[in-house]
Ligand binder design. Structure first.
Ligand code: NAP
Ligand code: P7Q
Length: 646
C-alpha cells in the first residue's frame, strides 16, 4: 500500500505534532507516523518558557490547555534566577507549568483538525531518498509493512531517532560524565528541597499534589557507567541516604529514571529531503526544562520554511536557512545547559565558580541576558547582534576568506575575524570535520561562517575555491562581495630533509600551494573585492632566518611576499591594502607541540623564550584587516616574537 503526502513527520511528540499542525494550516498534506499506539502517560517535561507560550498562543493551543499555572522563579544551574528579567512587560514573562502529556493531546487535536493524518503503531524501518521524493517503510506490531511517500521527511522521533540513523546524520558531541537519578516515591514524608548542594551530592525533593514525592539525586562523581536500563529503587534509596542522610526505602517507587549529561548536536539539520527537529537533532541534560521548549521552537521555525518551500515561495535555500537559524541558537543553549550542569553537579571544586556566578547574577544585565537565553526570547542574545547594536564589531558587515582555516593559525584567524563581526568562509582541503568545527566554534560565539572545500596546488584549484566561496556568500548576503582575503593555507616540508634531497616534484608542489595558488586567488578576488578591502599573506620568518632544511619552503614564501609588494602598489588606488604577516614557530596544534622538550627547544628561538600561539598571529592578521590598519600597505610584519632579532 502506498500513501502519498507532501510531508511525512516521523514522531508524534510535541515537535512533530506542532509541525504537522502548522503544515496542515497551510494546506499541506502531512502524515505523522508514531510508534506508540496510545500517547505516552510518562511523566516528562512540564516547564514552558516565554517564547514557547507565544508559539502556543499564536496557534490557539494555549486556549485549549485550560489553566496553565505560573512556574515561579527559575534558576540557572541552581542559582535562583527570575526569568521575568528576560522581558518583564511580556504577557508570558517567567515560566509556566503544563505537563507534556496535556500539551501533546492539545497539539494532536489541533493537527488533526487541520487535516494532518496521524498513523499510530508504525515503527519506521527504512527510508530512501529517491531524488524527487522520499519513501519511508514502516512496520506495525502484527508484522505488516507499509510504505509512505512524500516530498520531505521530518525526523521528530526523539533522542533515539531512527530517522537520524537511517539518513546518516552526524551526531557530534560528548559522552556522559555525570548521572542523576530520579524517582516518584509514594508513602514517604521528607522535607522539600530545591537543588540543595550537600557535602556528598545534590538533592531535590518536591511533593506532588497526590502526596507522592519526586526525588532527584546526584552523588558527586557518579557516572552512568554502562547503564542501559532504568535504575532500581535500591540504587535511588542508597544515593538519597548517602547525600541527605534520609531513609526512603520504606516508600514505593511509582517511576524510576536516570539521566545524564550526554551532549550531542547534529552537524546539519538537513540531509537532502530529510530534516530533523527537537531531540532528534540534539541531546542535552534536562536541566532547566529547556529541551521541550527548544524542540517546539525548532518545529515552529521548520514549519515556516517548509511551507515556503512547498508553496513555491523559495528554493532549498529556505530549508538551509532552518539549519542556519537553529544550529547556532541550539549550540548556545547546549553550552548554557552544560554550564548549568557543571554548576549543579560539579563537586565542591565548582563552589568558587558558583559563588562568582551568583555574584555576577546580581547585575541586572547579566540576569536579563541569561533569562533571555533560557526563555528563547527573540531579543538579542547573540554577541554578533550585540556588537551590531553597540557598534563594537570592527568588521561587522564585512566578508572574509581565510584559506586553510580548518586548523592552526587559519582557524584562530577565522575565529577572530568572526568575533569582530565578519562573515567568514572557512576554507580547507581535506579535513572537513575540522573545518566544520571551526564553523561551529564561530557560531557558538554568535558569529557567522561557512565551509569551502578546495585542494590548492592542483589544476582548477582556484576556480573550485571561488565556486564554493561565491555560492556561500550569495546564499547568505545575496551577492558575492568580498572584503578580506587571507592567504594562509600553506604546504610545509618535513623536517630532516637536507637541501640536497629536495626533489623537483616536492619543489613544484610547494610552489603550487604556497605561491602559485595565492597569486591566482588574488587575481580572481580582484573582481569581488570591495574598495577599501584587505589582502593578507601569511609568509614565514624563514625568509629572513636561515634554516637550510626549509630552503624550498622559504623560497615559496619569498615568492609569496612579492605579491604583497607589487599588488600593494597596484591596488592602492582602490584603497585595498596588501600586507605580509610572518610568523615564527607557532603552535598549530600539531603533534610536536605535545612534546615538552621539543617545545622548550623551539621556544629558545623567540626573544620572549616561548613558541607563538595561533592567536598571537591571528590578532596581528585581524588588526591588519580592520580600518585601524588603513595606513599600512606593502609591509612585512614580523609576528615571530622577536625571532628575527638575532
Ligand atoms: P596547519 O596547522 O598545518 O594547517 C594548514 C592549513 O592549510 C589547513 O587548514 C589545511 O587544510 C590547509 N592546507 C594545507 N595544504 C593545503 C592544500 N594543498 N590545499 C588547500 N589547503 C591546504 O597550518 P599552520 O601551521 O597554522 O600554518 C598556517 C600558515 O602559517 C602557513 O602558510 C604556514 O606556512 C605559516 N607558518 C606557520 C608556522 C608554524 O610554525 N606553524 C610558522 C611560520 C609560518 P586541511 O586541514 O584540510 O588539511
Ligand atoms: O622551523 C621553523 C619552521 C618550520 C619547521 O620547522 C617545520 C615545519 C613546521 O614543517 C614548517 C616550518 C614552517 C615555518 O614557517 C618555520 C619557521 O617559520 C621557523 C622555523 C624555525 C626558526 C624560525 C622560524 O621562523 C622565523
Amino acid at each position: 500500500m502506498s500513501s502519498d503526502t507532501d510531508v511525512i513527520v516521523v514522531g508524534g511528540g510535541p515537535a512533530g505534532l506542532l509541525l504537522a499542525g502548522d503544515l496542515g494550516a497551510a494546506g499541506i498534506r502531512v502524515t505523522v507516523v508514531e510508534q506508540l499506539h496510545v500517547p505516552s502517560t510518562e511523566s516528562r517535561a512540564s516547564t514552558v518558557h516565554t517564547r514557547t507560550m507565544d508559539l502556543l498562543a499564536e496557534r490557539g493551543v494555549l486556549d485549549k490547555l485550560g489553566h496553565v499555572p505560573n512556574g515561579g522563579r527559575g534558576h540557572f544551574g541552581g542559582v535562583s534566577l527570575d526569568l521575568t528579567a528576560a522581558d518583564p512587560s511580556h504577557p508570558f514573562a517567567g515560566q509556566w507549568k503544563c505537563p507534556q502529556t496535556r500539551l501533546e493531546v492539545a497539539l494532536a487535536d489541533r493537527a488533526i483538525e487541520l487535516g494532518a493524518r496521524l498513523r499510530r503503531g508504525h515503527v519506521l524501518t527504512g527510508l530512501v531518498d529517491c531524488g524527487g521524493h522520499i519513501e519511508a517503510t514502516t512496520r506495525t506490531e502484527d508484522g505488516v509493512s507499509r510504505q509512505f511517500t512524500g516530498a520531505y521527511l521530518i525526523g521528530c522521533d526523539g533522542e533515539q531517532s531512527t530517522v537520524r540513523d537511517l539518513a546518516g546524520f552526524r551526531f557530534a558531541g560528548t559522552d556522559a560524565t555525570k548521572e542523576m537519578l530520579r524517582a516518584d516515591v509514594a508513602g514517604i514524608d521528607i522535607p522539600n528541597r530545591r537543588f540543595e548542594r550537600l557535602e556528598h551530592g545534590l538533592a531535590t525533593a518536591a511533593r506532588w499534589p497526590d502526596g507522592s514525592t519526586r526525588v532527584m539525586v546526584h552523588s558527586y562523581g557518579a557516572t552512568p557507567g554502562d547503564r542501559t536500563t532504568d535504575p532500581t529503587f535500591d540504587e535511588v534509596v542508597a544515593a538519597w541516604e548517602k547525600v541527605t542522610g534520609e531513609h526512603i526505602g520504606h516508600g514505593t517507587a511509582l517511576w524510576l529514571n536516570a539521566f545524564d549529561n550526554t551532549t550531542r548536536h547534529v552537524t546539519e539539520y538537513r540531509r537532502g529531503r530529510v530534516l530533523l527537529a527537537g531531540d532528534a537533532a540534539h541531546r542535552q541534560m534536562p536541566v532547566g526544562g529547556q529541551a521541550l521548549n527548544i524542540a517546539l521552537q525548532d518545529a515552529a521555525a521548520l514549519g515556516g520554511k517548509l511551507v515556503g518551500r512547498i508553496t513555491g515561495e523559495g528554493g532549498d535555500e529556505l530549508l538551509d536557512d532552518y539549519h542556519r537559524e537553529r544550529h547556532p541558537v541550539v549550540s548556545r543553549a547546549l553550552t548554557n545547559i552544560q554550564a548549568q550542569t557543571l554548576l549543579l553537579l560539579g563537586g565542591p571544586e565548582v563552589d568558587p565558580v558558583r559563588d562568582l556566578f551568583a555574584d555576577l547574577m546580581r547585575f541586572p544585565a547579566v540576569r536579563t541576558h541569561l533569562a533571555q537565553m533560557i526563555s528563547g526570547s527573540t531579543v538579542s542574545t547573540s554577541s554578533t547582534e550585540t556588537k551590531e547594536t553597540t557598534g563594537m564589531g570592527r568588521l561587522t558587515g564585512k566578508t572574509a576568506l581565510v584559506t586553510g582555516s580548518s586548523r592552526g593559525i587559519g582557524r584562530a584567524t577565522a575565529l577572530r575575524l568572526a568575533e569582530e563581526g565578519a562573515l567568514v568562509a572557512v576554507h580547507y582541503a581535506t579535513n572537513e570535520d575540522a573545518a566544520r568545527e571551526t564553523v561551529t566554534l564561530i557560531e557558538k560565539g554568535g558569529g557567522r561562517a561557512f565551509t569551502v572545500q578546495a585542494e590548492l596546488g592542483v589544476p582548477g584549484d582556484v576556480h573550485e575555491l571561488f565556486l564554493g566561496l561565491e555560492r556561500g556568500l550569495k546564499e547568505r548576503i545575496g551577492d558575492t562581495t568580498l572584503d578580506i582575503v587571507v592567504n594562509n593555507a600553506g604546504a610545509t616540508t618535513p623536517t630532516g630533509v637536507a637541501p640536497e634531497d629536495v626533489t623537483p616534484e616536492e619543489f613544484d608542489r610547494l610552489f603550487a600551494v604556497n605561491a602559485k595558488a595565492p597569486f591566482f586567488i588574488v587575481q580572481r578576488a580582484l573582481d569581488l573585492l570591495r574598495d577599501g578591502g584587505r589582502i593578507i599573506n601569511v609568509s614565514s620568518g624563514l625568509t629572513r632566518f636561515a634554516n637550510p632544511e626549509q630552503v624550498a619552503y622559504s623560497m615559496t614564501k619569498g615568492a609569496l611576499e612579492q605579491i604583497t609588494l607589487h599588488f600593494a602598489r597596484h591596488l592602492a588606488s582602490r584603497g585595498i591594502t596588501v600586507n605580509t604577516v610572518a610568523p615564527g614557530i607557532t603552535n598549530n596544534g600539531g603533534p610536536i607541540f605535545d612534546i615538552p622538550e621539543a617545545v622548550e627547544q623551539m621556544a629558545q628561538l623567540s626573544a620572549f623564550k616561548r613558541v607563538g600561539e595561533a592567536n598571537d598571529v591571528a590578532d596581528v592578521v585581524t588588526f591588519l584587516a580592520t580600518d585601524d590598519a588603513r595606513w599600512i600597505t606593502g609591509a612585512f610584519i614580523d609576528a615571530s616574537g622577536g625571532t628575527l632579532l638575532g
